[in-house]
Design a protein around this ligand. Structure first.
Ligand code: GLN
Length: 277
């Protein structure tokens, strides 16, 4: 069988099992089977697939059909135009988090040497995307999960930013050794009743407690003393959480300016707060 026939067949099997975006999903499984990149994949569609390769593909396909996300099967997910290693110790990066990076970059680019903390870094996407776009920034990346921090460290090496990102194991802002200019965070914010506990992703990385806001609320209460005057707090939030988060911040920091920006589908997604100088 040739690669293009195998691609076509794989897509049909995926579609028959209600998996969306079969062009991408099929491509990822075949690339993982053949250990090739995207360009090699599309340049070699006429190439023959060996029986051994077909067996490997079959195994990967079965994992996918049992619900394992493609990112865990391939071990990679793209975020902000960069490849990140992922496994089931970390959440799979979501596209909406790119707004958090965009927003932080637009503010931090105005500063000479911003000091930034990415809280709950997971596989490190926020810290690393910021480091690569802010060559003079110094960044702390904290996570309560030691296995997650190991993945973040691996991704820091992969992207050549180990010297500018300091991983810290601990709860929210507690491990921060000094106040910073930016606190940036995509904490778990899914309501417990909406959690998919049979999924493959670590529940710890999604579980926001009864109303989804337990961790965000705790973080907001820790900000005092950890953010420098004129410093920014930038948070990713879930649908319907705007009011609760802005009200809490307003009560904790009555002199701060608070702003909310939507994601591409219009859901209020990024809360930013700036302290007075
Ligand atoms: N946006 C993610 C989801 O809905 C949740 C990410 C998070 O909890 N920070 O799956």
């Amino acid at each position: 069988m040739r690669l293009k026939e195998s691609f076509c067949h794989t897509r049909q099997v995926l579609a028959a099992n209600n998996i969306d975006n079969t062009p991408l999903e099929g491509e990822l499984l075949l690339r993982q089977t053949l250990k090739i990149n995207r360009v090699q994949f599309y340049q070699n569609l006429e190439q023959q697939i060996t029986p051994k390769q077909q067996d490997i593909l079959q195994e990967l396909l079965e994992r996918r059909l049992k619900g394992e996300p493609a990112a865990y099967i391939s071990g990679y997910r793209e975020f902000y135009g960069l490849d990140f290693y992922v496994n089931n110790d970390v959440l799979i990066p979501r596209p909406e988090t790119e707004h958090l990076v965009d927003e932080t970059l637009s503010l931090a680019q105005k500063q000479r040497m911003p000091l930034i903390a990415d809280i709950g870094t997971g596989c490190g996407i926020i810290a690393i995307s910021l480091a690569l776009n802010l060559p003079r920034a110094k960044i702390y990346a904290t996570d309560i999960s030691a296995p997650a921090l190991k993945i973040a460290r691996f991704n820091c090496y992969k992207h050549g930013v180990v010297d500018r990102i300091k991983p810290l194991n601990g709860d929210l802002l507690e491990p921060l050794p000094e106040p910073v200019d930016f606190i940036v965070s995509n904490l778990p914010y899914v309501r417990q009743s909406e959690l998919d506990t049979r999924g493959f992703e670590p529940v710890l990385a999604l579980d926001g407690g009864v109303d989804g806001l337990e961790k965000i609320r705790r973080l907001c209460h820790q900000v005092n003393g950890k953010l420098l005057p004129g410093g920014y707090l930038l948070l990713e939030i879930g649908q319907g959480q705007r009011e609760a988060v802005t009200t809490l911040l307003d009560s904790l920091f009555p002199t701060a300016d608070i702003d909310v920006k939507p994601d591409l589908i219009g859901i209020d997604r990024i809360v930013s707060m700036v302290l007075p100088q």
